[in-house]
Design a binder for this molecule. Sequence first.
Ligand code: FMN
Length: 357
Amino acid sequence: MTMVCLNDFEEYAKKHLPKTTWDYYEAGADECTTRDDNLLAYKRIRFRPRILRDVSINDTRTTVLGTEISFPVGIAPTAFHCLAWHEGEIATARATEAVNTCYIASTYATCSVEEIAAAAPNGYRWFQLYLYQDRKLSEQIIRRVEALGYKALVFTVDVPYTGKRRNDIRNQFKLPPHLKVKNFEGMFQDPPTSQEVYGTPANTLDPSISWKDVSWLQSLTRLPIIIKGILTKEDAELAVEHGVQGIIVSNHGGRQLDGGPASIDCLPEIVDTVQGRIEIYMDGGIRTGSDVLKAIALGARCVFIGRPAIWGLAYKGDEGVKEVLQILHDEFRLSMALSGCRNVAEINRNLIQFSRL
Ligand SMILES: Cc1cc2nc3c(=O)[nH]c(=O)nc-3n(C[C@H](O)[C@H](O)[C@H](O)COP(=O)(O)O)c2cc1C
């Protein structure tokens, strides 16, 4: 089977994964308006391409937090990779190491942070963190990822409660018994019961999290902190004031608040407010190299893909994730060349038709 674009991997995954698994990965909240708009929003944006600029050489490299990556696309944190491929996150880690980009490992991984680090010792990794009511659990995992050489903490702030995903409720979605949220094996006081939600006991997430917890995290660790789930200039300004090193503009792939904006639509006001004081990344709906180009032109330093990496896993494990990243890389390079950009530094807002936005 020749895979030409990311949609081919989506089709494959839909055909081959069990329905409850597919439904879990595909899910958006409520009516899925925001999930779908994440994709449609790119289609509303048009380029202002430049010509005759000698694009015989295109350099797609960039840096995030000072580390070079091969192109401005990394892997967003998504849960339960072992549902898509038996090696799960170990395969994802190998693929991102091979392609030399950034992998944000999820708290809800089905392999432990230790297994992920061992599988790709030279990979560049960040760790995504949720805060639990029992802060000791969060503290313990921070100590583990520090010792393992993860390079940043990505604090996800858009899940005070889990969004309402209708098919997961209809399917009574549960992790199969042979899979575990490996990072917390044996750490929760009560073993998961019928009250379990997405692999952990119900009500373990802390809905009282606030900016105070960002200061608490900073008192605990010297790792850079990146806040994931910001959609407004007001919150971006607060993030800068609280001294974090980066933000990810994200609506969680439309799985939390339905009716919120597409993440690409939030980027301009946030970039204008932050004015280069910290790095801004984004995720949500990236499916082509020209989507990447649009996000970089609107001021993202790097973008992250969620579902497409899972489709790659479902197709062929680490080889599949590598193929997804390679296709996106090739498409990005081609879009750069066709719009007259020779390197990432040349990509800027002049590339976008603002009259249409
Ligand atoms: C199946 C699935 C599981 C996810 N799990 C997490 C998670 O554990 N932590 C987190 O911060 N975000 C999680 N997300 C959100 C992603 O990090 C990301 O924001 C989103 O997938 C980007 O949209 P895309 O799938 O259109 O690329 C998850 C998303 C999906 C689809």
